[in-house]
Design a binder for this molecule. Structure first.
Ligand SMILES: Cc1c2[nH]c(c1CCC(=O)O)Cc1[nH]c(c(CCC(=O)O)c1C)Cc1[nH]c(c(CCC(=O)O)c1C)Cc1[nH]c(c(C)c1CCC(=O)O)C2
Length: 377
């Protein structure tokens, strides 16, 4: 519920599956579904800077809707077109998106005793002022969606954002951020806590603006050992899941359904089932049947086909869809179909369509047969 008047939701499969209610077939969406594999995305973006497009609510809403329109009747959710790195920007850091190279911070945080660090960690961040364009894009997208499917909002998890802020971009060895957590654990925690607070502020306003479901992306969780994940990631994921509903309640808004996607942190899966999120996202290194056993009905599972199967042709896609959905039977209807990570730029949009169609075909068959016991209310 938000303060805006929007058309009633006509497809609530995603929300029902996340709540563990009865569904006719598993809902689906894919991470990065609005992106470079779509020719219409490249056209809408043109040669503009990536973040300039994010800051333009009209363009961001158009791009968000592109996959919903192309795959009408197949996709069960939209995810707002934006980026996890808008939080470091709101904290005063410069972030550029280099063509075909990814994000780049010209002045990453390297020294916890520097005035630059102090400035970032103590800056008062008014999310309405700094990130108002995201909220405008969400409200505009909800209007344009006219209730076709729910709209997902998101943030980057504190650990993943801290990694970017310190590394200054993508990394293979995580030299600097690992240096921080082992040399400067207290300063690291101070930064993580500050980022977590801003994540909550940001998510509150996304829900007020009209986001109906939230995902927290901890894309670099798998870089941590189980021991370090428990110290430098989990407490901040829990801070978000604990505080967001409290803050929404204070505003008279119902709690929002939340997913945590901690890529690579399969070792923490059991713990994540108890971390206050209704849905846990799985990457493709999880065996679905095994994950169902561990989750044991505590949460809804989201995932998890290897996105690169989409490069393997139609036959491989069909086989993998069948195997994935067969594997998730043990979720008893508490499953949202997704890829195990974001879709990549060279995927043929028609192959993704085949993936969706096969998910419908297999999902409908499995859920209508007696093979799946769907939890109902
Ligand atoms: C780590 C991360 C980022 N951004 C995001 C994550 C978490 C998900 C994940 O682990 O993949 C999240 C994200 N980024 C984007 C979205 C939009 C919504 C959607 O999923 O469709 C979402 C949810 C758009 C984007 N974010 C980016 C693009 C491509 C940039 C372009 O168009 O030039 C898009 C469509 C750029 C981006 N943004 C980021 C990277 C590493 C890159 C470069 C890698 C790449 O090029 O794919 C940071």
């Amino acid at each position: 519920m938000s303060i805006h008047e929007f058309a009633p939701l006509r497809n609530d499969l995603l929300l029902r599956a996340a709540r563990g209610e009865k569904v006719e077939r598993p809902p689906m969406w894919v991470m990065r579904q609005a992106g470079r594999y779509l020719p219409e995305y490249n056209q809408a973006k043109g040669n503009r800077d990536f973040f300039a497009v994010c800051r333009d609510p009209e363009s961001a809403s158009t791009i968000t809707l592109q996959p919903v329109e192309r795959y009408a009747g197949l996709l069960d959710a939209a995810i707002i077109f934006s980026d996890i790195l808008v939080i470091p920007q709101a904290m005063g850091m410069t972030v550029e998106m280099l063509e075909n190279k990814g994000p780049h911070f010209p002045n990453p945080l390297r020294d916890p005793n520097s005035p630059e660090f102090e400035q970032v960690v103590t800056k008062e961040v008014d999310v309405k002022k700094e990130l108002g364009y995201v909220f405008e894009a969400i409200t505009l997208t909800r209007k344009k969606l006219e209730g076709r499917v729910p709209l997902i909002g998101f943030v980057g998890a504190p650990w993943t954002l801290m990694s970017y802020m310190i590394e200054g971009g993508g990394s293979k060895i995580f030299h600097f951020v690992k240096g921080w957590i082992f040399k400067h654990p207290e300063e690291s925690k101070r930064l993580l806590q500050r980022v977590a607070e801003i994540c909550v502020d940001f998510l509150v306003e996304q829900v007020v603006a009209g986001a109906q479901f939230i995902q927290v992306f901890d894309s670099w969780a798998g870089e941590l050992s189980p021991h370090d994940f428990a110290i430098f990631s989990l407490p901040y994921l829990k801070y978000i899941s604990h505080n967001l509903p409290i803050r929404l309640k204070a505003l008279g808004i119902e709690p929002v359904l939340m997913t945590v996607f901690a890529k690579g942190a399969w070792y923490a899966f059991d713990t994540l089932c108890e971390s206050g999120y209704q849905t846990v996202g799985l990457d493709w290194t999880h065996d679905p049947a095994e994950a169902c056993k561990i989750a044991n009905g505590r949460v809804t599972l989201q995932g998890n086909m290897d996105p690169n199967v989409l490069y393997g042709g139609r036959k491989a896609i069909t086989e993998n869809v069948e195997r994935m959905l067969e594997g998730f039977k043990g979720a008893k209807g508490r499953h949202i179909i997704n890829l195990g990570h974001g879709i990549t730029p060279f995927v043929d949009p028609e192959d993704l369509k085949h993936f969706f169609e096969e998910c419908h075909r297999v999902g409908n068959t499995l859920y209508s047969s007696k093979k799946i016991y769907v939890q109902g209310r």
